[in-house]
Design a protein around this ligand. Structure first.
Ligand code: SF4
Length: 354
């Protein structure tokens, strides 16, 4: 049940929270940052947000199950939990406002690290918090069962849209790095559709509304062939990397540089049957969402240099678990090889000339 106009709901929420972009005093002094997310389909990568609206029908009517309290941060990594509430699209803003105001008025303000909404939610308990929401908002319909797709679809390659005769192309942006020349390249590619590009949660791009008679031109376009492949390798495809030390003052490590180099080496040395999500983050703030990765890497200082803490087992449905701490950079590739062989069915490539 994909929604055709998810962006419509997002814009309405945006206008509500910002008072039509004039600035909204109601929400201008919160204990910490707040993240709102709306999913358009069952393959949902949004459970790390403070509130998540997940599409589900109730008695045949389209609406949203509500999940709250997701957080990926230096303090805590946990996914949103169900509020056991369902709303019509017209009620999304009012419910969001009610929840934010409860946290605004009761959340922790003196101890900054404890300011995130999830810590407040845990201190109250979800059951009691739901009662508090009902006291302010009014009765809430019960969630009829928000269900998530266990294995999300890949966007890479060319796929039919539901609109007759139109296609979309999922293209790979290596380590999510786009400079000004790349943006110009994307603008050229967007002309195969109607001048629109969409950005994905995992730092890639989708070109939309491409007519069938343009598909061969897209496939053979020199920009696709040289820079933004339709079918990236299994490590590159799943690599997500935060800004890192190239541009971020908090960074301990050069996430994008390390990720790009090691992805190439791993793909050269291993046969890996399918895409592996490897998330790189340059410090514990976790902008690269390390705990979402099948393998998660968080930059750290180690004796005599830099390295990474490693988590494994993360996905869009569960946060990862600690695997190894303080792996020096020059040992990292070998540790990743071990994990890929042990847990992701990778095999060492045979090189006949050796
Ligand atoms: S995770 Fe840390 S290094 Fe990476 S962008 Fe965020 S603050 Fe910067």
């Amino acid at each position: 049940m994909d929604l055709e106009y998810t962006i419509h709901y997002v814009k309405k929420l945006d206008a509500y929270l910002t008072d039509c972009y004039r600035g909204n005093r109601e929400f201008s002094n919160l204990p910490r940052k707040w993240n709102t997310a709306v999913a358009g389909a069952k393959d949902n990568f949004l459970l790390h947000n403070d509130i998540v609206f997940h599409p589900v029908r109730r008695w045949g009517t389209m609406g949203f199950g509500v999940w709250i309290g997701g957080v990926l941060s230096s303090q805590m990594n946990a996914y949103a939990v169900p509020l056991n509430a369902w709303v019509l699209p017209k009620d999304m803003s009012r419910l969001t406002g009610t929840i934010i105001k409860l946290w605004r008025d009761n959340g922790e303000r003196d101890k900054r690290p404890k300011g995130r909404f999830r810590l407040y939610l845990d201190s109250v308990g979800v059951k009691r918090f739901r009662e508090m929401v009902v006291e302010e908002y009014g009765p809430l319909a019960r969630d009829p069962g928000s269900k998530f797709q266990r294995k999300p679809r890949s966007h890479f390659g060319i796929h039919k849209q539901k609109q007759e005769g139109l296609y979309y192309a999922g293209i790979h942006i290596p380590v999510g790095r786009l400079d000004v020349v790349d943006l110009h390249r994307l603008s050229i590619l967007s002309r195969y559709g109607k001048g629109e590009v969409r950005l994905t949660e995992d730092q890639n791009v989708i070109l939309v509304n491409i007519p069938e008679d343009q598909l061969d031109f897209v496939r053979k376009d020199v920009i696709i062939e040289r820079y933004f492949p339709l079918e990236p390798g299994p490590v590159a495809a799943g690599t997500v990397a935060c800004t890192g030390s190239q541009f971020c003052g908090f960074a301990i490590t050069d996430t994008k540089g390390d990720a790009e180099r090691i992805a190439k080496e791993l793909e050269y040395e291993l046969e890996i049957p399918e895409e592996v999500k490897i998330h790189w983050t340059g410090c514990p703030n976790s902008c690269g969402q390390a705990y979402m990765g099948g393998i998660g890497l968080t930059g750290t200082k180690v004796k005599d240099g830099l390295g990474y803490n490693i988590t494994v087992g993360g996905s869009h449905l569960q946060v990862g678990e600690e695997y190894k701490k303080g792996v020096p950079l020059d040992e990292l590739k070998d540790v990743l090889k071990e994990i890929l062989i042990e847990r992701f069915d990778a095999k060492l490539r045979k090189f006949p000339h050796l």
